[in-house]
Design a binder for this molecule. Structure first.
Ligand SMILES: [Zn+2]
Length: 226
């Protein structure tokens, strides 16, 4: 029954895409580095470089990617980066501070990080400052940090980068399941989480809608064997 509801929700979101199983067996598959496109990191026979539709997003997105996540078959961080002109990816485990990833002119109070929230909130998206006070007007936010990795890897990034605690937090509580089956019901892929955060801070709706549609296309066009 749960799967049926999931399929209905997914199909409502993407009328033209086939059904995708709840726990996608491709989630842990990796691409052979030698057979990957050096730009989009997709298998060369599934390169998306010429297909990606990109947008000039207002708030900068920086994706901090765990090194083990780079060549995952269904990794969505590279798609998010290619689709968002004002974005970058840094691969690694730790950085000394925000300036090291965002530039010397950036200050933590103007940045937010997507937060791993396991407690259910009544709101689909909530922004709080470092003192846990809710932020209602987020027009001062200049950039968002998104972590790309499994839950375990993302937790590890939190421990290794104590400067994350100085940033505002965007807590996501999605009311729809991830297009790709996730091990936790509230988890989203990186591009889905970024799309939700962009909605939350008031970016144009067409950007988040396109990110979701492009991710759906990537998932359905990816063959089982990399
Ligand atoms: Zn490519």
């Amino acid at each position: 029954m749960a799967d049926l509801i999931l399929f209905r929700k997914i199909n409502a979101m993407n009328q033209n895409t086939p059904k995708i199983p709840l726990h996608d067996p491709r989630a842990h598959l990796r691409i052979n580095k030698l057979q990957a496109c050096p730009n989009c990191f997709r298998p060369k026979n599934n390169c998306i470089c010429e297909k990606v539709i990109s947008f000039p997003n207002r708030v900068k997105i920086i994706i901090l990617q765990h090194p083990q996540e780079q060549y995952k078959l269904l990794n969505s961080a590279r798609l998010a980066h290619l689709a968002l002109k004002n974005s970058k990816i840094r691969v690694g485990l730790s950085w000394p501070n925000l300036k090291a990833v965002a530039g010397n002119d950036q200050i933590p109070s103007n940045w937010a990080i997507l937060y791993l929230n396991s407690s259910k909130s009544s709101k689909p998206c909530q922004i709080i400052d470092r003192n846990k006070k809710e932020i209602l007007d987020c027009s001062f936010i200049k950039g968002i940090i998104a972590l790309d990795g499994s839950w375990k890897q993302a937790k590890s990034l939190w421990w290794r980068n104590p400067w994350f605690l100085r940033l505002n937090r965007i807590s996501l509580n999605p009311d729809h399941p991830s297009l790709r089956g996730q091990t936790r019901s509230e988890a989203l892929s990186t591009v889905e989480a970024i799309a939700m955060a962009l909605d939350c801070i008031g970016e144009k709706k067409e950007i988040s809608e396109s990110l979701r549609a492009q991710y759906a296309q990537l998932v359905v066009s990816t063959e089982m064997t990399p």
